[in-house]
Write a protein that binds this ligand. Structure first.
Ligand code: C5P
Length: 222
């Protein structure tokens, strides 16, 4: 990759967790640090792409040259993706989107009542990646964070979501994945109706991002 490899291309990358409000002071969230998505946005921009990063709340600096929109909920993330995505974009769904959100958001801070437990009813969030794959012709790359049967789950997820490439991440290991600076991906992709696989890393998330971008560049029909 050089500074012009992705010139003329538009990439949309989602990153970080989504947070789903329970009441004005509480939310449901997850452990995503956003590092992998930010590294992909940074390296795609360095390779000449116009990059839009749609990010949940994280404590990372926005990479130079990247256009970043901060959002909180999955619904807000979906709206921002819909607003910014073009039909010829590359869409990299790196965000750890909450599958569920509280069905209702209390307008005032919830009070503890007696000695009883508390049940919060949840409803499903929209699947951003599935929407993009179904409704647009963007080239879609998904991530699959799994703790077991990593490659089987990843391959079935690729089918289910209708995407061309999926990066499987074993989040049960504490040397790679969530929060840390290193990662190892097992990437599955469809080329001429055959499912192929490539291992990337273990390496720094920046190096992994660079190699993943190269692979996308090679596989994506131009
Ligand atoms: O189904 P699962 O959450 O494991 O799928 C992971 C992939 O789908 C990731 O690429 C993630 O960014 C994306 N995703 C999404 N919207 C959701 C759930 C997951 O874009 N609501």
């Amino acid at each position: 990759l050089n500074a012009k490899s992705l010139q003329g291309q538009h990439w949309v990358v989602t990153a970080g967790p989504t947070v789903e409000a329970i009441d004005p002071v509480r939310y449901l969230a997850n452990r995503s640090s956003g590092k992998m998505g930010y590294a992909i946005a940074e390296m795609a921009s360095k390779a000449g792409a116009e990059v839009t990063l749609v990010s949940g709340p994280v404590s990372l600096d926005v990479p130079f040259g990247v256009n970043c929109f901060k959002v909180e909920s999955a619904e807000a993330m979906l709206r921002k993706v819909q607003e910014t995505l073009r039909d010829d974009s590359v869409f990299v769904a790196c965000a750890a989107v909450a599958d569920y959100k509280p069905k209702t958001v209390a307008t005032e801070k919830m009070k503890k009542s007696g000695d009883e437990g508390l049940t919060i009813e949840l409803s499903q969030n929209p699947d951003i990646l599935k929407w993009v794959a179904g409704e647009t012709s963007a080239f879609c790359v998904g991530f699959a964070a799994e703790t077991q049967n990593v490659s089987d789950y990843a391959k079935s997820k690729m089918e289910r979501k209708g995407i061309t490439m999926i990066c499987a991440n074993d989040v049960s290991r504490d040397d790679i994945g969530f929060s840390c600076d290193h990662n190892e991906l097992l990437v599955f992709y469809r080329e001429q109706n055959i499912t192929k696989e490539q291992r990337i890393g273990p390496a720094s998330k920046v190096k992994v991002a660079e190699q993943l971008i190269e692979l996308i560049h090679q596989v994506r029909p131009s």
